[in-house]
Ligand binder design. Structure first.
Ligand SMILES: [Zn+2]
Ligand SMILES: [Zn+2]
Length: 345
């Protein structure tokens, strides 16, 4: 029996799930962002300005879907700074709302956490419950998990962002619960010089038993010129497979995990059949299987011929499998991890 890990039917839609505009500290307006991304073949942008969720559904058309979201931050207080680091650690999380219209921001504080760019003046557009008291955040696992739990209960899609830039390690991120996915690549940080390729962090979380997906996202702020190395748009994305380009269909595909992350390669098919996982993709230099224990596998031609398919054995001890694809330029794509019981194995 064949089990499709990426759905057999539907369309792939290219998405940037992390983005900053002039509503917080980004340089471009939401309209300018739409234009730049559509020129590069994107159909979806999640507008995730810092700490304020402002919908941009006025940009919706039949070929473009804006998602409603924001990025929440938790910052270490100066009193608790690790003297070995000498700087403030933080935890940044993107929250994408299941509500297309009038999305409600939970855990709102009327005066705090509005320090990013134009946050303060745009906070008047935030839809929150007037009867709720101000919500105070702390950089502790308890506070972060409480905040996440409120959004999780309301059905949000939740991603853990740029652990490298945040200076977070296992001792911090192993405590976070309730995320749907993490950024295996954050291109904005990468374009700034950070080693924001987070496969190791992803395996850490998976080996802990956290069943989460991995996404690629830009986290674009667009402060550098378009022809410079620091230009941070259209460098990492998530390909979402959904039956149609509607808010509900795309959001449901995200929650199901029907996507992969990329900085270049295209993954066309991914399925499990008779103890093997099969991947079909754009021409690749290297295709590698990663598992939940000390076993990996690789397909690569030493003579440089590129591959468009790989077949790997799956073994009962693998716990989970995930595949990375590297193109001739060295750009990676990553499937999310699939635990063996999800394969019907
Ligand atoms: Zn961030
Ligand atoms: Zn960001």
């Amino acid at each position: 029996m064949r089990t499709y890990l990426l759905p057999e039917s539907g369309n792939f839609y290219k998405a940037n799930l992390h983005c900053h505009s002039t509503f917080s500290d980004g340089k471009l307006t939401p309209e300018e962002i739409k234009r730049i991304y559509m020129e590069q073949g994107y159909s979806i942008v999640a507008y995730t300005d810092h700490n304020i969720m402002i919908p941009h559904q006025e940009l919706r058309d039949e070929n473009f879907l804006p998602l409603n979201g924001f990025e929440g931050d938790f910052n270490e207080s100066a009193a608790t700074i690790d003297p070995n680091l000498g700087t403030i650690r933080c935890c940044h999380i993107c929250f994408i709302s299941p509500e297309e219209h009038n999305p409600r921001q939970l855990c709102w504080h009327r005066s705090e956490y509005l320090f990013h760019g134009n946050n303060k003046e745009n906070s008047k557009y935030v839809n929150f419950d007037e009867n709720e008291p101000d919500y105070v955040r702390y950089y502790t696992p308890e506070s972060i998990n409480d905040y996440i739990a409120h959004f999780r209960d309301a059905g949000f899609f939740i991603t853990y962002n740029h652990p490298t830039w945040s200076l977070e390690n296992y001792r911090e991120y192993s405590h976070y619960e309730g995320m749907d996915a993490m950024e295996i690549c954050n291109y904005g940080c990468y374009a700034g010089g950070f080693d924001e390729e987070n496969s190791h962090c992803y395996d850490d979380l998976l080996r802990q038993g956290k069943r989460i997906g991995c996404i690629g996202a830009d986290d674009n702020h667009n402060h550098s010129p378009r022809d410079s190395a620091r230009w941070d748009s259209c460098g990492a994305w998530t390909c979402i497979k959904a039956p149609e380009l509607t808010y509900d269909a795309v959001f449901a595909a995200l929650k199901r995990g029907d996507y992969y992350a990329s900085r270049g390669p295209v993954i066309d098919e991914l399925y499990f059949e008779e103890g093997k996982v099969i991947i079909k993709c754009s021409p690749a230099k290297r295709i590698a299987l990663h598992t939940g224990w000390r076993r990996a596998d690789i397909r690569m031609n030493r003579d440089g011929r590129l591959l468009t398919e790989a077949i790997f054995d799956v073994q009962p001890r693998d716990k989970y499998i995930r595949i990375s694809v590297t193109d001739g330029e060295g750009n990676p794509a990553h499937t999310k991890a699939y635990f063996l019981d999800q394969l019907g194995y």
